[in-house]
Design a protein around this ligand. Structure first.
Ligand SMILES: [Zn+2]
Length: 355
């Protein structure tokens, strides 16, 4: 749209003009949900509507005292979470954010330490980071190993990561979360260079190696194991590895693909109801509107617990559509039974966290 008189684009969190206050279809009435996958951090104050891929810049050079990292976005997200019945959030954030978040939110927030290092840094950098997280009382360790991290040495089974898992286990950690794969459509676009990124199947070799090395730990493969497009593959993994679980996070991806493969995913969950965990993958970012958080929790709960059907309200750049077709994918609710919802929303996380 080039015309200056054109109406502004609808916000990414509601391109269909949905009424998020209409929640009559949300029928879960059990104990509070636990969001096992989120990124609640301190954020810099930002301009409304600003999009940033980084939570904030620590090196932001400014004399304005108002530009200190603060709890503003975390407050908004936790309020929205509360409104959707989410009683506890396990957050991935920098170590320095843990004390202020814990002081403010108490038991409503737990922590997951993401273990990473730059390619040229010594292995000890990763171990020092783990030690810092352990001192701060994390309950989960995260290994982010998306294909786009390969160039930076972020393989899920890099030797320093295997050693970090060993050390975490020795310190009493019982849950490891991994991100190994991305949407199928990315392997046809951003990951088309097979020599650089490998195939989608290649992403699972390292994960299976770790699952075999650490059968006494609980593993959570994020974003429906990174493969909601292929329920048969997820089933094979669940059958082979009884200590493997999947979280439901990455809302746009799950809305698009779980809706497309609704029957296959629904029967998979019914066969393994103790292996799925509710998660949003919400990230606090400067300048985000309240409705951004609302949209993700609304879609997540609608997808799992209701029979709601309609165009998804969230803009989705990965949804291929012709110019004259709707710009968002269908959202087709799974209407999972109440006892299964209880496990996914609450019971499985309580069991894993030992709360
Ligand atoms: Zn995430």
């Amino acid at each position: 749209m080039n015309s200056v008189t054109a109406a502004p684009n609808p916000p990414e969190y509601n391109v269909t003009g949905l009424d998020y206050t209409d929640r009559r279809h949300l029928r879960y009435a059990g104990p509070p949900l636990i969001d096992m996958h989120a990124h609640v951090t301190l954020t810099m104050p930002g301009v409304a509507g600003a999009e940033s891929s980084m939570p904030r810049s620590r090196n932001h050079d400014t004399a304005q005292s108002e530009s200190q990292p603060n709890l503003d976005q975390a407050e908004i997200m936790l309020e929205v979470a509360d409104d959707f019945g989410i009683g506890r959030i396990v957050s991935m954030c920098p170590p320095e954010d843990i004390p202020p978040l814990r002081e403010r939110f108490g038991d409503r927030i737990g922590f997951n330490g993401s273990i990473s290092k730059k390619l040229d840094e010594p292995d000890d950098t990763a171990y020092r980071l783990l030690d810092r997280y352990l001192e701060l009382g994390i309950q989960v360790v995260k290994l982010w190993a998306a294909p786009r991290g390969r160039e930076r040495g972020l393989f899920v089974d890099a030797p320093w990561r295997i050693e970090a898992v060993r050390r975490a286990r020795a310190a009493g950690i019982r849950i490891i979360m991994v991100h190994v794969a991305d949407p199928d459509v990315w392997f046809r676009s951003v990951y088309a260079d097979r020599a650089k990124f490998g195939t989608k199947a290649d992403q699972y070799v390292g994960l299976e190696r770790l699952l075999q090395m650490f059968p006494d730990m609980n593993w959570i493969a994020a974003h429906m194991g990174g493969d909601p497009e292929n329920a048969d593959h997820l089933q094979a993994l669940l059958e082979r590895y009884p200590h493997l679980h999947f979280d439901t996070s990455a809302t746009k991806w799950q809305v698009r693909e779980v809706s497309t493969h609704r029957d296959a995913i629904r029967s998979l969950i019914l066969r393994f109801p103790d292996r799925f965990l509710f998660g949003s993958d919400l990230v606090t970012r400067p300048g985000l509107m309240r409705e951004h958080y609302v949209s993700r929790y609304w879609c997540q709960r609608t997808l799992w617990e209701s029979a709601w059907e309609g165009r998804g309200p969230i803009a989705d750049a990965d949804f291929a559509h012709a110019e004259n077709e709707p710009a968002t994918p269908m959202l087709r609710g799974l209407a999972l039974p109440a006892d299964v919802l209880l496990q996914i929303y609450h019971g499985n996380a309580v069991r894993l966290l030992g709360a």
